[in-house]
Structures are given as C-alpha cells and as structure tokens.
Design a protein around this ligand. Sequence first.
Ligand code: SF4
Length: 383
Amino acid sequence: MKYIDEFRDQGLARRLAETIATEAHPDREYRLMEFCGGHTHAIFRYGVQHLMPPNLRFVHGPGCPVCVLPMARIDQAIAMATQHAVTLCTYGDLMRVPASERKSLLKAKAEGADIRMIYSTQDVLRIARENPHLEVVFFAIGFETTTPPTAVAVKTVRAEGLRNLSFFCNHVLTPPALKTILNTAGPDGVRLDGILGPSHVSTLIGSRPYRFVAEDFHVPVVIAGFEPLDVMQSALMLVRQLNEGRCEVENQYIRAVTETGNLKAQILMEQVFQVRASFEWRGLGFLPDSALALADDYADLDAEQRFPVQVAPAKEVKGCECPAILRGVKTPTDCKLFGKPCSPESPMGSCMVSSEGACAAYWSFGRYRPPAGSASAKSHDHA
Ligand code: SF4
C-alpha cells in the first residue's frame, strides 16, 4: 500500500498543518474552493478543515457530476424509459437522485420500467449484444474524465454494427463552470481567493485550460490530488502564491497531471463528441459551451433524437439548497432539511445522494451529525 499510505501519513500531515499555520497571515482570510467532490470527501473523511488555521476555509465547488445534473434530465430519462419502453442503463449513483414529483430512476424501476444499474460501458455493450430485441439506452454522465469510455463504446457500436444501443449524452465540461462561478463571485456570489483545481479531469485535459483563471480573474490555481496530504500541500501552495502576490496555475498532482493532458484521449473526444451551444447545470443555470453531444457522424446513435420525449418543467424539492451549495454560497448545514428529513438513507437532493456530494460528505463522516440526544445537527455547524 505504499502509494496510498505515504499520502496519508499523520506525521507529515501535522508538519504541513504547522507550516500552513505559520505562513498564513493572521490578518487576512484564505477562502479556497475545492472544485471536486473528491476533494470535499478527502477534507471531511480526514478532518483536513480542522487542521487548518481559522482564517483558511475550504469552499465546496460544483465538481460532482451527479450533483450538477439538472432534475429535468432525470425526468427526461424516466420518460424515455416509460414512454418508449427502452432499457435504460446507468451508473449506481444516479439511480436514487430525486426527480420531479419525488420520483427517481429507482422508483421508476420499481414501478416496472426496465432500468438497469451498470458498472462500466462494457456492461451496456454486453446487454445490447445479448438482447438484440431490446432498445438499450446508455444514460451517460460525467465530467471530461468519463468521456473516453463513452467514446470507445460509441465507436464499438459503430464498428460492430449494433443497431439497438444509443446514448443519452450528459457529459459536461469543467472550465465553463469554473468561469461562471468566477464571473458571479463578489458581493452577491461566493468570495474566492484560490482554486484547488480538478485532479482526475486534469489528467485528461491537462493544467493548461485553467490559465484563464489566473490571467483573466487573477485567482491562483493549484491542480490538487485527492489524498489528504495532496489537499494540504495544495492549500500551502495557494497560501504561498497569495502571500507572494503571485497568480499562477501550479500543479501539485504531478504524478498524474501534465500541462497538456492525455492527447490520445482528447483526439478521441474530438472525434466522437461536439460541444453543445448551451446546457443546464443544477445551481448554475444554462451555460454556453459547457457540455458534449454526439458529433454529427454519430447523430443516429443519439437517444434524444431516436426517442424524443416531452416533459413538464422540473419541480425542485422545496427547501433543498443544492443549487446554492453547488455555487459555493451556502453549506449543507444552511439547509433546513439537512439530516432531518434529508439523509443518505432518504435523500431529497442530489448533493446527499452522490458519493461525491457535499451534503453526503457533511453527513457521512459524522462531523456534522447531531450528537446522541441533541435536538439539531446545527449545533455542530462549523466546529
Ligand atoms: S441537505 Fe438534502 S435537501 Fe438540503 S441541500 Fe443537501 S441534498 Fe438538498
């Protein structure tokens, strides 16, 4: 376990915490947004926030693909499965995300729709090959990281001449979301001093696409790995940039990320996908050039064209603060539904369902649950 243990070493963590506390200027704040849900979970699982000085706060970002998927797209998927009787396949996290009218893919399945949980695109291909009488739709979601497997599946369908598999494409792109958050930062939005940049996404697109953050918004970025020491070292790198008045894109995650990323995967993406003019993100609204659709050469495999559906406008759960949490302007404990009635066992919003969601992170590691006998989770807020 060499490669995991050395990034969770307690002695190193203590020394890093001491260095950050020494170097952070007591007369200023450091508000650092961790873009990825994976960072959020590392921060809560290992108590990283509690190792930081009080004037350094992590602000949770929108980097959870399940969380940012708008309810309307789940409504559409359910309608596809029920109105066209297709076999809808998707990853487990998505099954329990609330849709309009307290529905979900799991409930639709319980009511008779053929909706199946899969672990990889290989499962979808197998289901389609073994069941030529079924119309199979892959409900594809994820940031740039998960686009190559979808692209390979699309190419496999074409190469094998499979006629019964199509793709409901919901892949989204991180830089436009970051730009929107920075565009709205300020008095009415979130105030940010630095960004812990995406790690897995950056293995694919590289660190270069974040230059605009430093150049146009004058906010420093450090591409950060997912282990607790990665997050702490990245926080220290941001503190040093801010103290020295520098504003650069630095790369802490050098064991996986390069400046240019994975060029082979990028070529594959360009061959199979095209950028949508606009796409809705939960919490951020419709963002230009922020998502992918199948390229024209593969338009016949587009499930939205093969199985068109009409759905009523989505109805968000009253009181759910997911949109504000995804913009970084609220935290899960600001939500009146946090813990009761919303918990991972009975989620009312996407941020409590996904293993990368901020609400799930607040709840799952016990740091914001009410102690036995107490009246409210709020008593533990911002300990
Ligand atoms: S606690 Fe539940 S209802 Fe509240 S914001 Fe989080 S997911 Fe939404």
